[in-house]
Design a protein around this ligand. Structure first.
Ligand code: ATP
Ligand code: MG
Length: 503
């Protein structure tokens, strides 16, 4: 390991274009050993592109790239890994039909006698790694169906097992909440204390200021500044990031709350959630709060029909919604922006316009209008509102920045004009500037009478946006709190089901 304070990773005026798109104009970053360096910037600023160059996934068009003082050029991700660089991506990249252990040791299985893969040794090493990270995960289970939080932990375990000297985490906490974040930070600090160089990308400023010692700001593909955390403030960083004043977050406007739109009664799913009953009325924003793993997303998935349930009913506008049929839910007037947008929300191989218009394709085709221009017409206004930064609407969604992919999924559902919109982690991965736009949009939709069921792990978002907070703890609704009574304490108490939790 290099001495603390020595420069481990250095990028100087690195350039990268994808055809006409200049993703990186001048990316610079200097990271020292024994330090945690934050890299911040708006959606599409070029952070992930820079990281992918370091990872050997992309090759730079120009500029310098030095590792421990030596110029390097990685032609593959394997070359970058061999040089001691580990990257944890924004979107976990596990193979669903392989076990946790197989994913962990992908491409470097220990080989025992007779050149057979030594599974026992692998499972043991996996267990040891997880216990170092303070998690209990069955190394033998398949990766399929793991929560994003668990998938992320596996990626981190993988990096640690590779004994990397440079560890880059691209929004590792986006899908984690409280406890998991604390655990991750404890691990990150111990890796720093061992003299490794860490790069941490996040849109959450509290985390940047809590964890990191240095921060580099990027804007529009360019390096803006590097400051010691102790010598700057969140406000200063934000203004460097966006180059303008940011509108107030959570612009909640009062809406007229009308008739019940969604009625959920006695919903049961063995081992997942129990006796879940609630209503969402027209114009109302109801938040499902709670810890990651409490069952919030599972309830949402059951309501929308992605997953089945054992008992109970879901009623929309007075009509029973057939279980286990997202199609029936859509027809009844539901929209659903899922948590894991990569897997569930976005047809990544399709163009932006196609994605935005996919849901209303049937309507368009009935009119004999499935043409690219019809798609663009349908998609244009919504993408514009969400400030999806793409050069052209027919750009492929796979090449969009993480935050922009999210916006496309939201836009896609808005195009269906649902009477109930279920939205799981609405602003995950979305930068501060656009976050207030998404909040304003949700608030406006409620103002027009849409019923909104929002799941959020960000307490300020829950308290800022919701008319009513339903707290989920271990698969049960443990509290139903009115906006006026919702405080961090009342929500967290019910979320951890300690004293004072409502029945
Ligand atoms: N393979 C690609 N082909 C074309 N354009 C790309 C490709 N990869 C990235 N881009 C574009 O480059 C720009 C920078 O994207 P990047 O993913 O680096 O942003 P980011 O800073 O990581 O944003 P976010 O905070 O949303 O994750 C974006 O405009 C993006 O659409
Ligand atoms: Mg990114």
């Amino acid at each position: 390991m290099n001495a603390n304070g020595a420069v481990a990773l250095q990028l100087v005026q690195v350039r990268k274009s994808f055809g006409p798109v200049m993703a990186l104009r001048s990316g610079s970053l200097t990271v020292c050993s024994g330090s945690i360096h934050a890299l911040v910037g708006e959606n599409g600023a070029g952070k992930s592109t820079l990281v992918k160059i370091v990872a050997g996934l992309y090759q730079r068009d120009g500029g310098d790239f030095l590792l421990h003082g030596e110029s390097v050029d990685f032609s593959s991700t394997a070359a970058s890994k061999d040089a001691g660089i580990a990257v944890i991506y924004q979107e976990p990249t596990l193979f669903p039909d392989l076990s946790v252990t197989e994913n962990l040791f992908m491409g470097r299985q220990p080989v025992g006698a007779g050149r057979r893969i030594d599974r026992k040794a692998m499972h043991e090493e996996a267990t040891a790694l997880f216990s170092r990270l303070g998690v209990s995960l069955d190394p033998r289970r398949l990766a399929e169906g793991l929560s994003i939080a668990d998938q992320q932990i596996i990626e981190i375990a993988k990096a640690i097992s590779l004994d990397a000297s440079v560890l880059i985490m691209d929004e590792p906490t986006a899908a984690l909440s409280g406890v998991e974040v604390d655990r991750l930070f404890a691990v990150a600090r111990s890796l720093r204390d061992e003299g490794r160089a860490l790069v941490f990308i996040s849109h959450r400023f509290e985390e940047v200021f809590d964890l990191c010692d240095t921060v580099t700001v990027m804007r529009d593909g360019e390096y803006v500044s590097t400051d010691a955390i102790a010598e700057t403030t969140p406000a200063a960083i934000v203004s460097k990031m966006v180059g303008r004043e940011v509108a107030e977050l959570f612009p909640k406007t009062p809406a007229t709350i009308g008739e019940p739109v969604l009625q959920v009664a006695g919903l049961e799913s063995a081992g997942v959630f129990h006796d879940v009953s609630f209503e969402v009325r027209s114009g109302e924003i109801v938040a499902l709060a709670g810890l990651v793993g409490a069952g919030r997303s599972e309830i949402a998935r059951a309501v929308f029909g992605v997953d089945g349930y054992d008992a109970g009913t879901v009623t929309l506008n007075g009509t029973a919604v057939r279980p286990r049929s997202p199609r029936a839910a859509i027809r009844a007037g539901m929209g659903f922006v899922p948590e894991d947008r990569r897997q569930q929300g976005l047809v990544t191989e399709a163009s932006v316009a196609h994605n935005v218009a996919a849901v209303i394709r049937t309507k368009l085709s009935r009119l004999g209008l499935i043409t690219r221009s019809a798609e663009n017409r349908a998609a244009g206004p919504w993408s514009g509102r969400l400030e999806v930064k793409t050069n052209a609407l027919d750009m492929h969604a796979t090449t969009m920045s993480g935050g922009n992919q999210q916006k496309v999924v939201i836009a896609k559902w808005l195009a269906t004009d649902p009477s109930l919109l279920i939205i799981d982690e609405p602003t995950r991965g979305i930068d501060v500037g656009t976050k207030s736009e998404v909040h304003r949009l949700i608030s406006e939709l409620a103002g027009q009478g849409m019923a909104i069921l929002m799941i959020s792990s960000e307490l300020p978002e829950v308290l800022g946006m919701a008319d009513r907070v339903l707290v989920v703890c271990e698969g049960r609704i443990t509290a139903d709190i009115d906006r006026a009574d919702a405080t961090p304490e009342s929500v967290m108490t019910a979320a951890t089901n300690t004293i004072g939790a409502a029945s």
